[in-house]
Ligand binder design. Structure first.
Ligand SMILES: Nc1ncnc2c1ncn2[C@@H]1O[C@H](COP(=O)(O)OP(=O)(O)O)[C@@H](O)[C@H]1O
Ligand SMILES: NC(=O)c1ccc[n+]([C@@H]2O[C@H](COP(=O)(O)O)[C@@H](O)[C@H]2O)c1
Length: 202
C-alpha cells in the first residue's frame, strides 16, 4: 500500500482549510487531519506579559495526540478511511492505489516529529493587511481580544515562520492572495505528479 502525506501550512487565515478541502474533494482516497482540532482547553493556555493568551505556540496544542492520529492513518490508511465512512466497507483493494493524507495547520512544520512524516510541504502566505482583515471577520473561541492581532498573532507568525525556515528547506511557498482555483491547480498538479511517481515505483 502506497501513501503520500501532504502538508498544508501557512499564516492564519491564509486559506489552508479552503485549499485542503478543495484538494480532498479532488483526490480519491484522501482525508484531512486539521491541527485546529488539537488546541488545548482555554484554561491550559497561559497568558503572556502583555496579558495575551498564548495560542500561537506548539504548547497550546495537543501535538502528541495529533501525531498519534497521523501514525494511526499511516499504519493502515484503508481501514482508517473505512472506519470514518470515507470509503465503502466493501470496496476492493488495489495495490496501485495511493492513499493521501492532508495535514493542515499553522504550525505543522514547526513540530519536528510531524514534519518528518510529511512528503510534500506547501506554505500559504498573504500580506499583513489582508491577513488582519480576514482575521477580523473570523470568530475564534475565545474571540480575539482588542489588539491581539498586532500585539501577538502577527509577531508570533513572523517568529514561527523564521523557526520553520531554519529547520525545513523543502517548502513550496504559495501566494494566498491568488484566486482559490489558481492555488488549487498548482498544488493539485504537483501532488498528482508525486502520486504518479509513487505508482511508477514497483
Ligand atoms: N485564495 C483565496 N482568495 C480569497 N479569499 C480566500 C482565499 N482562500 C481562503 N479565503 C478566505 O479566507 C478566509 C480564511 O480561509 P481559511 O481557509 O479558513 O484559512 P486558514 O485555514 O488558513 O485559517 C475564509 O473566509 C476564506 O473563504
Ligand atoms: N481553535 C481554538 O481553540 C483557537 C482559540 C484561540 C485562537 N485560535 C487561533 O487559531 C489560529 C490558528 O488557526 P488558523 O490558522 O485556522 O487561523 C491561531 O492564530 C490562534 O490564535 C484558535
Amino acid at each position: 500500500m502506497k501513501t503520500l502525506v501532504v502538508g498544508v501550512g501557512g499564516v492564519t487565515n491564509g486559506g489552508k482549510s479552503t485549499l485542503s478541502q478543495l484538494l480532498h474533494q479532488k483526490l480519491h482516497n484522501s482525508c484531512i487531519i486539521p491541527q485546529d482540532s488539537y488546541f488545548k482547553d482555554d484554561c491550559f493556555v497561559p497568558v503572556d506579559s502583555n496579558g495575551f493568551k498564548q495560542y500561537d505556540t506548539l504548547d497550546a496544542l495537543h501535538m502528541d495526540k495529533m501525531l498519534i492520529e497521523v501514525q494511526s492513518w499511516r499504519r493502515d490508511p484503508r481501514s482508517y478511511l473505512r472506519q470514518r465512512g470515507l470509503i465503502p466497507k466493501d470496496s476492493p483493494a488495489d495495490d496501485k492505489e495511493v492513499y493521501v493524507l492532508i495535514v493542515e495547520g499553522f504550525l505543522i512544520f514547526n513540530y519536528r516529529p510531524l514534519n518528518e512524516l510529511i512528503d510534500r510541504r506547501y506554505f500559504l502566505e498573504i500580506s499583513y493587511d489582508v491577513c488582519k482583515k480576514r482575521r477580523s471577520s473570523r470568530v475564534y473561541s475565545p474571540p480575539d481580544p482588542p489588539g491581539y492581532f498586532d500585539g501577538y498573532v502577527w509577531p508570533m507568525y513572523l517568529k514561527n515562520r523564521e523557526e520553520m525556515k531554519s529547520s525545513t528547506s523543502e517548502i513550496v511557498y504559495l501566494d494566498g492572495l491568488k484566486p482559490k482555483d489558481e492555488v488549487l491547480d498548482v498544488v493539485y498538479g504537483d501532488v498528482c505528479q508525486a502520486i504518479e511517481r509513487l505508482q511508477g515505483q514497483s
